[in-house]
Design a protein around this ligand. Structure first.
Ligand SMILES: Cc1ncc(COP(=O)(O)O)c(C=O)c1O
Length: 437
């Protein structure tokens, strides 16, 4: 995927952690800090508002240490994540995503309330817990420094709570103040705007999980971040799928944001002196029903339904008995027009004059006139014709053609390379929709 980019791009494969995500680091760290401070004693309860991965990190440590876990999780999160937490023995409470950050049903507000209602309970509070960035300062940062032998020049990481980018970023800058820290951010998150203006705006929902935010967490250290890159859901998710297919790295959607941003940074850095590091946040197994599900992508307008063009409708008619365009001249008689329609088994004909549509005739209307007055049969078509069919370009998508056709306008002429190349009817559109060839 880095073809054509001279700057090497490395990624820290956090999906290799035992719980499958970068969050394993903070799970055990937050529990052990609470134990040290005497806030959590044997038999205690760990409560957290989590998009899933922090829950897994906490649940693994809690299972080993014998604590009970209760997690609140927004309903946009994958089913797989909730199931995984339950598999690890946790209780999961699903909350609505589309509520303001101060609403009692907001997953963080609710988590806090649950912790307050229990004895010997902690709210792990990853968004406001200093242990979160601190553990990345102690582990992730030094690992990146050592694993790149100090050659890292750019660290690209999209913040959720901000723990990873803040902790690892701060450590790296302390080792080499020239290192630039770049944050990817989903479009809809308020972070990028806040970084610019320090004004808290209202975000809007997006599909990528685990990163971005609609509130300002203290785990996110703004001073560490030099630059923000906004990434759309579509770009992030399509990139995530490329990472799996082209690199064999099976990752989640937040990694897509990181990779889009990292490739942009590497492209700009230009030289082989630079070395970009980003993070592969979690395993793709958690997103089989979403990022890796074409149906879900189509429902969310991320994967476009293949657009069939009018030209393909014309091509599909090639096998039929009639040539692509049967037409009559304005001077032809009604009798000749009716004969043509009968020969080719069509119920309407365009009237063409020097290649231009000047009118249209319909079998039913001509027959009705001829029955009323047989002399009509010998009249020229131009005396009895209706207005011409509309003309469309061959590359017009079929859905746009369907919108144009009606009972009154049952067909359209197709123009290709400036010439009328054929006719498409409501029947042709219907056949295409119904998958009849
Ligand atoms: C899938 C995923 N990616 C990235 C992150 C972001 O990490 P951090 O919270 O350290 O900023 C998270 C955090 O929840 C996550 O779940």
């Amino acid at each position: 995927m880095t073809q054509g980019i001279r700057t090497p791009v490395y990624a820290k494969a956090e999906f290799f952690n035992p719980g499958g995500s970068v969050k394993d680091r903070i799970g055990v760290a937050m529990i052990e800090a609470a134990e040290r401070e005497g806030r959590l004693r044997p038999g205690g309860v760990i409560v957290e508002a989590t998009s899933g991965n922090t829950g897994v990190g906490l649940a693994i440590a809690a299972a080993v240490k014998g604590y009970r876990c209760i997690f609140t999780m927004p309903d946009k999160m994958s089913q797989e994540k909730a199931r995984l937490l339950r598999a690890l023995g946790a209780e999961v409470i699903i909350t609505p995503t589309a509520v303001p950050p101060d609403h009692p049903d907001n997953y963080i507000v609710k988590g806090r309330a649950i912790a307050a209602a229990h004895q010997n309970a902690i709210f792990a509070d990853q968004h406001y817990n200093p242990v979160n960035p601190e553990v990345h300062y102690r582990t992730t940062g030094p690992e990146i420094w050592e694993q790149t032998a100090g050659r890292v020049t750019h660290f690209v990481c999209a913040p959720g709570t901000g723990g990873t980018v803040s902790g690892a970023g701060r450590y790296l800058k302390e080792r080499n103040p020239k290192i630039r820290v770049i944050a990817g951010d989903p479009v809809g998150s308020i972070y990028t705007q806040y970084a610019k203006t320090k004004q808290q705006t209202e975000g809007y929902p997006y599909k990528v999980e685990g990163i971005g935010g609609d509130k300002i967490p203290t785990s996110l250290h703004w001073d560490v971040i030099d630059e923000w890159i906004s990434v759309t859901d579509k770009d992030a998710i399509l990139m995530t799928r490329r990472v799996a297919r082209e690199e064999g790295l099976f990752v989640g959607g937040s990694t897509g944001v990181n990779v889009v941003a990292a490739l942009e940074v590497a492209r700009r850095a230009g030289g082989t002196d630079a070395l970009v590091v980003t993070v592969l946040c979690d395993t793709g197994e958690r997103y089989l029903s979403k990022v890796y599900n074409d149906e879900w992508l189509r429902e969310n307008q991320i994967l476009e339904t293949e657009r069939v063009a009018v030209a393909q409708l014309l091509a599909a008619k090639n096998g039929s008995a009639a040539p692509p365009l049967v037409s009559v001249a304005p001077s032809a008689t009604v009798r000749q027009a009716l004969n043509l329609m009968s020969t080719y088994n069509v119920s309407q004909l365009p009237v063409l004059d020097s290649g231009d549509g000047v009118g249209a005739v319909f079998e039913q209307l001509l027959m009705a006139r001829a029955l009323e007055d047989p002399a009509t049969l010998d009249q020229p078509v131009e005396d009895v014709m209706d207005p011409p069919f509309p003309v469309v370009d061959a590359d017009l998508p079929v859905d746009r053609l369907s919108a144009l056709l009606s009972r009154e306008t049952p067909a359209a002429l197709v123009r290709r390379d400036g010439k009328i190349a054929g006719i498409v009817t409501r029947y042709d559109v219907l056949h295409q929709l119904a998958g009849i060839r």
